[in-house]
Design a protein around this ligand. Structure first.
Ligand SMILES: Nc1ncnc2c1ncn2[C@@H]1O[C@H](COP(=O)(O)OP(=O)(O)OP(=O)(O)O)[C@@H](O)[C@H]1O
Length: 290
């Protein structure tokens, strides 16, 4: 990957005392991608993201973020990398609009504050003090502060933890609109449906290593895995068949049911959760410390 790379990581390592938090991670993330990092608690996701942000030092490996080493990233580089902190640290007494305008001053070429407030859906709260915002609205403000500098890359660590389902979907729309504007987005998440809905590609990290990488719908051979065909017979008996050739099974069923509807017909492949749990279990089975 060349200029098209937003992130290139080779052999990244980080230890905390006796713990290998990141143990040889490679990542290639293209510009314009929405990239997810999944993995169990303690897998090394936050440590990896913090190294990409330049917030944490590494013990080994090569890291290039927007073509530069984050450990040496100057102000120009920092302005191109947007960070959404878990708690944005906005002063409680300032209003939303004041907070966003205040943060804009830190950047050489900030976006328009009103436009960013609209982008995150906080127009109606622009005059409210930040202490009066709900948790979800606070998170939107955190994102506004992450994008006010007009970043080329936005890093989000567990952005939707604690969101209700409606707020989560609204947040996905926000991420999608940023991606449509061309922002590269890297996010960690514990929500598999979020990874599936939002990311172009994802990496599963376990015990400091990447154990699988790819698009959510084809991860770890998911799309080619055995299918399960389920249907109900006319007498009400539920039937299940595992098969490598679901099309043939369905064709046979269709013929048997005279071309009419096969009652409660369903063809499924392993879900992202199925393959995720298998990937994590496989590594645990190898006795790798978490
Ligand atoms: N500042 C620190 N000092 C010592 N150990 C740390 C520190 N930060 C993280 N660790 C350890 O490094 C490992 C990886 O932690 P990290 O926070 O990167 O995991 P994570 O995948 O983000 O987990 P979670 O899903 O729980 O947020 C864990 O074993 C953790 O206990």
């Amino acid at each position: 990957m060349t200029q098209n790379a937003a992130v290139r990581v080779r052999g990244l390592r980080k230890r905390y005392g006796g713990v290998a938090a990141v143990d040889g991670v490679d990542l290639d993330i293209a510009r314009g991608e929405v990239f997810g990092i999944l993995g169990p608690n303690g897998a090394g996701k936050s440590t990896t993201v913090e190294i990409l942000q330049g917030y944490r030092t590494r013990d080994g490996g090569e890291v290039a973020v927007l073509g530069e080493d984050p450990a040496a990233g100057g102000r120009e580089w920092q302005a191109k990398v947007g960070i959404v902190w878990q708690d944005g640290g906005a002063a409680q007494e300032l209003t939303v609009a004041e907070t966003v305008r205040h943060f804009a001053r830190y950047y050489p070429r900030p976006r328009d504050a009103e436009e960013v407030i609209a982008l995150v859906g906080l127009e109606e709260k622009a005059g409210s003090r930040t202490k009066a915002l709900s948790g979800g609205q606070r998170r939107r403000l955190d994102v506004a502060l992450g994008v006010i500098g007009g970043p080329e890359l936005l890093l989000l660590d567990e952005p939707t933890t604690g969101f209700d389902p409606v707020a989560r979907r609204q947040f996905w729309e926000l991420i999608r609109s940023l991606a449509e504007e061309g922002t590269t987005i890297i996010l960690t998440t514990h929500y598999l449906e979020e990874a599936e809905a939002l990311t172009d590609r994802l990496a599963v990290i376990s015990a400091g290593r990447v154990v699988a990488e790819g698009a959510a719908d084809t991860l770890a051979g998911r799309a080619r895995a055995r299918a399960t065909v389920r249907w109900t017979e006319p007498d009400g008996t539920r039937r299940t068949e595992e098969t490598d050739t679901p099309t043939r099974t369905v064709a046979e069923l269709a013929a048997r049911f005279g071309g009419g509807e096969v009652p409660e017909l369903r063809v499924t492949r392993p879900t992202l959760e199925d393959v995720y749990l298998r990937l994590i279990g496989e590594r645990d089975g190898q006795g790798v410390a978490s």
